[in-house]
Design a protein around this ligand. Structure first.
Ligand SMILES: [Zn+2]
Ligand SMILES: [Zn+2]
Length: 270
């Protein structure tokens, strides 16, 4: 059995608990063989200290991950990843920050659209004021552009927009198809992110219809818990693997140096 989790945050982001070393020790105790830290790259569109580390803290994050990688190398593979936001006006700065450190992979996310951090519970009331279908369309179009920048290796929580239970009433299949084909074309993968189960959405990101289409189009998929505390590492991965199997997937991807390698789902779940 190969247990792995590539979406783990750290206390540096201001909304996570547990030291990085505690995270690694917990993962080892749970039988994980391969984990990746993917904390939020310093956000460029807000100064809110409860959402990401400061720019000055980025070198210390990198140093600590590299220290843990070395220190625990006989027990677990610890990878240096990062979660970066796609925000078109600031992509030069994002690219510069990414290029300054030896990140093994970059998780791409959209949390901010129309000057609104739409997944932040503090600002959820704005959902009542928008044309939800148009917002979904805009979100998925931006996700495609994010993939096309070539800066990212994974698409995070592809339908994060449903986090608080706001569902579009239009058929999303054409958007799913477009983003999935862009992911495949660009050599990326997307993640099954189990954190949606812990929010009103009540299901993983992305939704089952997205995953079924992903299986049909043979688009690579990986796993991430979006853990913001040690106990959430690998949370609900048994459900995620079952959902993948039910949806038609037989393989999942893991990192091999900096590229994605397919392995049978049964070698993860057995
Ligand atoms: Zn976070
Ligand atoms: Zn995220």
């Amino acid at each position: 059995m190969i247990r792995f989790d590539y979406h783990i945050h750290t206390h540096l982001c201001g909304h996570a608990r547990g030291t990085m070393e505690e995270m690694v020790r917990h993962a080892i105790s749970m039988g994980f063989k391969d984990i990746g830290f993917a904390d939020h790259l310093p956000l460029t569109y807000t100064n809110d200290r409860s959402l990401s580390m400061e720019k000055e803290e980025l070198p210390a994050y990198v140093q600590e991950v590299l220290r843990l990688k070395e220190f625990f190398s006989d027990k677990i593979t610890v990878r240096l990843g990062i979660e970066a936001d796609y925000y078109p006006p600031h992509m030069d700065e994002v690219e510069r920050m990414l290029s300054e450190h030896p990140f093994e992979y970059v998780i791409g996310s959209i949390h901010y659209l129309r000057d609104w951090i739409f997944d932040d519970p503090r600002y959820v009331s704005r959902f009542e004021q928008i044309d939800l279908n148009a917002f979904y369309e805009e979100y998925f179009m931006n996700l495609v552009r994010m993939v096309e920048t070539g800066l990212f290796s994974v698409v995070a929580h592809p339908d994060l927009i449903k986090k608080f239970g706001h569902r579009a009433s239009i058929d999303l299949e054409p958007y799913y198809r477009e983003i999935l084909l862009a992911i495949k074309e660009g050599g990326l993968c997307y993640e099954i992110n189990t954190s949606g189960l812990r929010w009103p959405a009540g299901e993983m990101y992305p939704e089952p219809a997205f995953i079924r289409l992903g299986a049909e189009l043979e688009v690579p998929v990986t796993l991430g818990s979006d853990a913001h505390c040690p106990e959430d590492i690998g949370r609900d991965f048994d459900k995620a693997l079952n959902l993948l199997l039910e949806s038609g997937y037989r393989e999942i991807v893991m990192l091999d140096n900096r590229s994605w390698k397919k392995i049978p789902i049964l070698s993860v779940s057995e």
